[in-house]
Design a protein around this ligand. Structure first.
Ligand code: HEC
Length: 100
């Protein structure tokens, strides 16, 4: 019985099993350069991406995937290999990150 409660609590804390969980999982790969909270400037070039509107993030990621975006001359570093569903999930996660 006690174990069942721990499982339920765990699901509640992770925000459910749906898109939010997936977005967080994907973002782990991004945090190396953009910071765990999305506030870090990657290579001292990018803006902090925390709270960036999801639609804008998704648009950028699709452009990096297509190889058509090179905003600071470092576009080749953004190796995006995500399908559209994963792009939507991680974009929603980034929009939900807030500046302190
Ligand atoms: C190896 C380091 C690295 C990783 C990992 C990485 N990025 Fe980036 N990111 C960069 C760099 C460098 C740029 C700037 C590229 C350019 O010149 O346009 C960038 C640009 C961006 C931008 C545009 C920021 C701006 O200022 O306009 C977004 C949004 C972004 N990354 C999101 C992500 C997401 C989401 C992930 C994970 C799926 C990710 N990045 C993983 C290094 C990284």
């Amino acid at each position: 019985m006690k174990q069942a409660w721990i499982v339920i609590w765990g699901i509640a804390l992770s925000g459910g099993i749906g898109c939010a969980g997936l977005g967080e999982q994907i973002y782990h790969k991004c945090s190396r350069c953009h910071g765990a909270d999305g506030l870090q400037s990657a290579y001292g070039k990018t803006r902090s991406i925390a709270g960036m509107p999801a639609e804008q993030v998704a648009q950028d990621l699709r452009a990096y995937r297509a190889g058509t975006l090179d905003r600071y001359g470092l576009g080749h570093i953004m190796h995006v290999r995500l399908d559209d569903r994963k792009i939507r999930a991680v974009s929603a996660y980034i929009e939900a990150l807030r500046h302190p």
